[in-house]
Design a protein around this ligand. Structure first.
Ligand code: AQP
Length: 442
């Protein structure tokens, strides 16, 4: 990876991706093409009309390696990423530093991190079209998070409902650590470091995205626009939410044992979720035991029947997103006597939906070198972008930087240039002018 997006060409085949592809072996590339051509890949094909000469908008997202990924993570997040990757400049990370904000077992963290990355690949995230990396391998995340902690009012964080929920889930007697309270700031740092324009978010993450926007705005105002004697170009871009289009999938998959709470890795009971790696018997058993209701008719969108609604939406999502009326008709014919036939059909649909993902996952996990190579390339690319934004943020905040780092954002040079313009002519670094031109606030 040579330059970040706002410094130049990031169209498909631009410097970043070319760099990443350049070191991938032919065998790995051909593995990817055969996977992508697999009829089982469950991906909606997108054409490439967004590329042309225009810069693609940048997307950043991640999943915490807090356990095995489940159907909610897939339908609510990773499946959408796989769709975005051809039209956007996508960066997907495994956010392992978020995973330690609740008590964790150090014996499992590395394995779960690698499993999560392998699952990205198995779910169709294609490293020749996006960057996949591990958050803790890019030190700028922690460094920027600290800087942003120092400008984020506690009152903003106290309003975060996820914090309150997670704190409650830990129990009254459990200690709550600072990391859990501050993790939305780390998430803001994750996003802002890459100057991501779009962040795919479910409803549950919307509040955190708003916080990231508030932090970006506050930083840009305080350290760039209000800066004396000369205002500076904004360092951060305010990210927008990338919302799942109506009918394109399931934005929130609910627990199998309680249709009013979301399917979650950290829920105590494993039968509350379908893990992406559950074998066929486990899936059948979980669906057989899942909560239903006393009514026989299977209809979408009845708020009084959260379990029915959830199971129907899952069935729809894994069988091609057909119109709801078609599914209701199909199930009425299949199932005049109640839930039994539907549960059986749902279980079989899940087994065949997950089977190709599982097969690819095991292939990737068995090839440790392949995964290592993908993550090393992702790390290199992410480091290049993140460290430049970090330097810019440090310069704006007034840190003393080593002299060779002043040029990155150009602030030191610009200030020097203004101060000496009557006597000396200093060539303006192109990076600085590119950034200034693109500053959304100016
Ligand atoms: N049930 C869900 N339905 C739809 N989307 C979901 N996501 C998670 N659960 C569902 C989406 O997955 C992405 C990554 O989530 P995460 O693992 O980083 O954190 P989370 O949202 O807190 O997921 P979990 O499974 O509940 O993890 P734990 O239990 O560790 O907190 C996000 O885009 C999220 O919206």
């Amino acid at each position: 990876m040579s330059l970040p997006a706002w410094h130049g060409n990031t169209t498909r085949g631009g410097a970043g991706h070319a760099g990443a592809r350049g070191t991938l072996s032919g065998a790995l590339r051909s593995r990817w093409s055969s996977w992508r051509m697999s009829r089982d890949l469950h991906l909606t094909k997108h054409n490439d009309s967004a590329s042309g000469n225009e810069r693609k908008r940048r997307v950043l997202s991640g999943v915490q390696p807090t356990g095995r990924l489940h159907l909610g993570n897939y339908l609510g997040a990773i499946q959408q990423w796989a769709r975005y990757q051809y039209d956007f400049d996508c960066w997907f990370c495994v956010v392992d530093m978020h995973a330690i904000t609740v008590p964790h077992d150090p014996r499992h963290l590395a394995d779960e991190t690698l499993s999560t990355a392998a699952m990205y690949l198995a779910c169709g995230i294609d490293p020749s079209h996006c960057h996949i990396f591990v958050q803790s391998q890019v030190p700028a995340h922690a460094e920027l998070a600290w800087m942003l902690n120092c400008i984020t009012p506690m009152g903003w964080l106290e309003k975060m409902t996820q914090y309150k929920d997670k704190k409650q889930r830990l129990g009254d007697d459990a200690p709550v650590y600072l990391g859990l309270f501050a993790y939305p700031v780390l998430m803001a740092a994750d996003i802002l470091l890459y100057r991501a324009e779009c962040v795919p978010v479910g409803e549950d993450q919307r509040q955190h995205l708003e916080l990231a926007r508030d932090i970006a705005r506050s930083f840009n105002y305080t350290f760039c626009r209000k800066r004396k004697p000369h205002k500076l170009p904004s360092v951060f871009r305010e990210p927008e939410a990338l919302i799942l289009p109506e009918g394109a999938g399931v934005s929130r998959v609910m627990s199998l044992t309680d249709g009013t709470s979301k399917m979650s890795k950290s829920a105590a009971s494993d039968v509350s979720r379908i893990n992406l790696l559950d074998d066929a018997d486990t899936i059948r058993n979980k669906i057989r035991r899942c909560k239903t209701d006393a009514e026989r008719e299977l209809r979408f969108d009845d708020p009084a029947r959260p379990e029915c609604n959830n199971l129907l939406h899952i069935y729809r999502a894994i069988t091609g997103n057909r119109p709801k009326a078609d599914i209701e008709r199909e199930l009425a014919e299949l199932n005049p006597s109640g839930w039994a036939g539907f549960k059986e059909r749902l279980a079989e649909a899940l087994v065949s939906f997950l089977s190709p993902i599982q097969q690819r996952y095991h292939e990737v996990r068995q090839d440790a070198l392949y995964l290592e190579q993908i993550l090393a390339q992702g790390q290199q690319a992410a480091n290049a972008v993140a460290s430049e934004t970090l330097r810019a943020a440090k310069e704006a905040m007034g840190f003393a930087l080593p002299s060779d780092q002043h040029r990155v954002f150009g602030l030191g040079i610009e200030i020097q240039e203004r101060a000496t313009s009557s006597t000396t002519s200093v060539a303006k670094p192109s990076v600085s002018s590119a950034m200034a031109r693109e500053d959304p606030a100016d």
